[in-house]
Design a protein around this ligand. Structure first.
Ligand SMILES: Cc1cc2nc3c(=O)[nH]c(=O)nc-3n(C[C@H](O)[C@H](O)[C@H](O)COP(=O)(O)OP(=O)(O)OC[C@H]3O[C@@H](n4cnc5c(N)ncnc54)[C@H](O)[C@@H]3O)c2cc1C
Length: 253
């Protein structure tokens, strides 16, 4: 049975016209790994309640976590979270959920002979691949790296509809200015400032942008089912081992 805990909204920031980040304080929350998600439950005055899953975009503070929510026009929960939920209000949450899509990774055992308890996967380079709001769990990983493992190699490929639809814009600009993160941008509907016209990423562009097979990257893909499944197929075709590819699909709950 799901255990629900009360969470209080302690902060909110608009990311785009249709998205915002929300910080939740959850007394007694055990903390979460970067990449995990929580379920958020809303209950109406008449008792009707419904819940949806949201990836955590910030896990650095233990009992205070962030989610980043993109509004779906005809959605039931996301428009409320983006426009109506106010600081000081309470929701219920369950989680943290999911152990597969986490960074630093759990030891897969593949390199166990290096020593008892060695988490050798943790030292491998990481290629993050985001589509739209799929940036949220990857942002948790990027933020955690800055505070706990600054030496880890991490690269991000981020596909969004337009530059205006990018989450965490100021943070990415600061990371780029400090030479802390390479981001390869792809815009599907409105071109960015570079020469690339708007359009979906092609197989060739994807192959050219990501860390090569020879560098043995761990790959984390997050976004719509169609996006991550297409790119996942391309990775397998290009020879990236299936065990090195982690996928989180933002299925409608
Ligand atoms: C593990 C996980 C993590 C996630 N993380 C995030 C995140 O970080 N940020 C984020 O923004 N989202 C995330 N999502 C998606 C999120 O859980 C919700 O699905 C999303 O916010 C939409 O919820 P909603 O209530 O607004 O829309 P819903 O009311 O659930 O509708 C979703 C879509 O389904 C359609 N739909 C609804 N009912 C039907 C029906 N009966 N038949 C056909 N179509 C229907 C609607 O038209 C709409 O387009 C995540 C999902 C998963 C599974």
């Amino acid at each position: 049975m799901t255990t629900w805990q009360v969470a209080t909204v302690v902060g909110a920031v608009r990311e785009t016209d249709t998205a915002r980040s929300i910080w939740l304080h959850i007394p007694g929350f055990p903390g979460a790994r970067a990449g995990q998600h929580i379920d958020i439950k809303l209950t109406a005055p008449d008792g009707y309640s419904t819940s949806r899953s949201y990836s955590l975009s910030d896990v650095r503070e233990g009992d205070t976590v962030a989610v980043g929510v993109e509004e779906l026009d005809d959605g039931e929960v996301s428009p409320f979270l983006v426009h109506d939920l106010e600081i000081g209000e309470q929701v219920e949450i369950a989680g943290p959920i999911g152990m597969q899509f986490v960074w630093p990774p759990l030891d897969t055992g593949a390199d166990k002979d290096i020593g008892a308890g060695a988490h050798t996967d943790s030292s491998r380079p990481v290629q993050l691949v985001a589509g739209g709001s799929g940036i949220t769990p990857l942002m948790a990983m990027i933020r955690l790296r800055e505070t706990t493992r600054p030496e880890a190699t991490m690269r991000l490929l981020y596909s969004a509809r337009s530059p205006e639809q990018v989450f965490f814009r100021d943070e990415f600009a600061a990371l780029a200015a400090a030479d802390r993160l390479r981001v390869d941008w792809f815009f599907t509907r409105t071109a960015g400032s570079g020469p690339r016209p708007a359009g979906r990423i092609t197989r060739e562009e994807f192959a050219a942008a990501i860390l090569p097979v020879a560098s043995r990257p761990l790959l984390y893909l997050c976004g719509s089912t169609e996006y991550v499944d297409t790119l996942g197929e391309w990775l397998l075709d290009a020879g990236y081992p299936i065990d090195d590819i982690r996928i989180e699909r933002f299925l409608a709950a």
